[in-house]
Write a new protein. Sequence first.
Length: 262
Amino acid sequence: MGEEAAAVAAMLRGKRAVVTGAGSGIGAGIAHAFVAAGAAVGVVDISAERVGRLANELDQLGARALACVADVTVEDEVARAVEAAANEFGGLDVIVANAGIQLFGQDAPVDELDADIWRRTIDVNLTGMFLTCKHGVRALLAEGGGSVICTGSPTGLRGSASRFHAYSTSKAGSFGLVRIMAADYASRHIRVNAIVPGFTDTPLVESIMRDDAARSRLLERIPLGRPGMPSEVAAVATFLASDLASYVTGATYVVDGGQLVL
């Protein structure tokens, strides 16, 4: 192992993490990155098939991984998943509130938006984040501190996702939650930060990736001229989870190829 690879492998050595929405996309990328950096990881997803497959992949890499099935909108399920990971690993140091949905073909401008689509989006993206943080922070407090990472979106910072009014609102709320948690828990040695992936090649945007015209329109607004990869978002999450980020809290780390500068 080269010096650079060895340094990466040591970044999270001894850390114990929970990642929600881990069954695919960015969540799976973060789980793989954490394992590569030396962490034990509880992977949480609503799909038993997806999260079981990921846990098996991580196990084959020699990692300590625990598959937890939970709907992040159901508090008892979130609490059980966090508790199971804490019991398995002897505590937790890192919580990644990543689970989210974007309802293509259903989300809409407010005058057209069905209230059930609004509620479903807010329930998963914002209430689910709150519940993950609620029970995750309790686990971190029991260990004397740790790191919380929440996944946001560029459209939560500016109106960049035309017609996705529920999704944009849910992601705007995530930044408010990050800021107030960072302020309130700093004295208790918990750091809270946001990562903001831009257009990233994941199953969430599969319909756009298959539509050449829509894909081209998006890429025209990205200075680096390509979609991001889950591993590129995961690299920033790994930094925020590590002791290298010991003086970083309340921050927003944008991983969008430069999209927000335009």
